[in-house]
Design a protein around this ligand. Structure first.
Ligand code: 5CA
Length: 439
């Protein structure tokens, strides 16, 4: 993509309304624009990151055997009345009346709707287990929407739902999601730690929040330092195998949010030098809630001995749009964002320092074509801005690699390759730079 054609409305000034760094940087880098409180439009740069995150989430859900569907954003109030949550959800639910006076709502989550879909199709234990997910916009009329996409009113969530015959089978589904979450966040270069958590309006008695450590997080967390050292991606995952040793490893250590924290237990279980007490951002939350929805909504199956039982269910959420902000909170410096390669909007920023110079242009156009032919995503700054402004903008938007072409280097037959993370710079031939970036 050529920068002169790209819709990238960067801001020179720091927006006054943004209290945390990710919100500031997302606005400054032209990634989002607020439509109304807690509701955002995604501009090209931000949308590319959102899509990359969505792709990783989808790949890991699919790998774990979860099947993708798509449910609507607007739901009928009827099912919510049956489950008892229509009243319970209170003002956080956006209620809508259609032209026939029917009560509708903009879904804040989908337990009721998915249970109804399941119920309409499944009658027997033979059809179990089932694990379904979708990636869809949700609406929660948060009292205090803040921190940009981190606590929005409209936000993109991946939500999965599991259906099983009994608790033991439901635990297998829970463990699959537990492990797939570890992998999902690790692929985004995030260290997400599962922590015992409260279940809130979703309900149930078994639940883990996946928290990444960041000073601006809304939650205070306490955990054992060993959890930060584990390399989740080191081994391939066999989702048909027994995942409980992995889950047991993670859950044997003390790791709790402030709701569940007990100072005495923390001190007893974690040696002094290994106590981590920090703020964190919740990027995922998984729940097992048994028959909380299947019972009132009548999602029953016949058992092998011909009894009728309500299915055991769990639900598993990832804040897809929140992750965009969370990754920035975890990965930035004073100059701007530092994207992990897996979610970066482009891999390379190609900077032409003298766009009106024929030689510079020739070299840049050649590099640009060859990178694209090799399938490398590149944003090509072909503008006539001064070099200081070009560097500042490239640093701000945080692409992992910058390839700088200028008249001085061309005379010596070199270009400059800079890694955004750490800022290491190297002068090398265009050929070597290309093989580095395409290799
Ligand atoms: N039905 C369950 C699991 S599918 C559920 O809704 N869980 S949740 O309430 O914990 O939300 C799942 C994830 O969505 C959270 O972990 C968080 O990452 C994200 N999320 C929740 N509320 C917001 C919000 N207001 N803005 C952005 N992301 C949010």
């Amino acid at each position: 993509m050529r920068l002169t054609r790209y819709f990238l409305p960067v801001l020179k000034e720091t927006p006054a309304e943004a209290q945390i760094v990710s919100h500031r940087l997302m606005l400054r880098a032209g990634m989002i624009r607020q439509a109304s409180a807690g509701i955002y439009s995604w501009l090209p740069l931000g949308f590319r990151v959102l899509k990359n995150i969505e792709r990783i989430v989808r790949e890991e859900q699919d790998a774990a055997g979860c099947q993708e569907i798509l449910m609507p954003t607007i739901q009928s109030a009827d099912l919510w009345k049956q489950s008892g949550r229509y009243e319970d959800y209170g003002k956080e639910m956006l209620r809508i009346e259609d032209r026939h006076g029917r009560e509708m709502l903009y879904g804040p989550t989908n337990e009721e709707l998915i249970t109804d879909i399941f119920k309409s199709a499944v009658r027997s234990y033979r059809d179990l287990p089932k694990l379904l997910y979708h990636i869809q916009w949700k609406f929660r009329d948060e009292v205090r929407p803040r921190f940009g996409v981190m606590r929005g009113r409209e936000f993109l969530m991946k939500d999965s739902y599991s259906f099983d015959l009994d608790y033991d089978a439901a635990r297998i589904a829970y463990n699959k999601m537990f492990v797939s979450y570890l992998r999902t966040f690790a692929r985004m270069d995030l260290k997400a730690i599962p922590m015992e958590a409260e279940t809130g309006p979703i309900g149930g008695n078994l639940s883990h929040e996946f928290i990444i450590l960041a000073d601006t997080g809304e939650t205070e967390v306490f955990c054992h330092g060993d959890l930060l050292d584990y390399d989740v991606l080191a081994e391939d995952m066999d989702y048909d195998g027994d995942l409980s040793p992995i889950v047991d490893y993670w859950t044997k250590y003390y790791a709790r949010t402030d709701d569940k924290h007990e100072a005495a237990a923390f001190e007893a279980e974690v040696p002094e030098g290994r106590r981590v007490q920090q703020r964190g951002i919740e990027v995922g939350h998984i729940f097992y809630f048994g028959d909380k929805y299947s019972e009132p909504l009548g999602a029953v199956v016949t058992t092998p001995d011909d009894k009728q039982v309500a299915v055991h269910m769990g639900s598993y959420g990832i804040g897809v749009s929140r992750l965009v902000g969370a990754i920035i909170e975890a990965s930035h410096d004073d100059a701007g964002i530092i994207w992990p390669e897996a979610v970066a909007p482009f891999k390379v920023g190609l900077i032409n320092l003298k766009a009106d110079d024929g030689k510079c242009k020739g070299v840049c156009e050649d590099i640009y074509d060859r990178l694209r032919t090799a399938g490398v995503e590149v944003l090509y700054d072909d503008s006539e801005e001064r070099s200081g402004a070009k560097f500042a903008e490239m640093d701000l938007i945080g692409l992992p690699w910058q390839l700088v072409v200028g008249p001085r280097g061309i005379k010596q037959g070199v270009v400059e390759l800079k890694r955004r993370r750490g800022g290491d710079k190297q002068e090398l031939s265009a050929e070597s730079a290309l093989s580095r970036l395409t290799g």
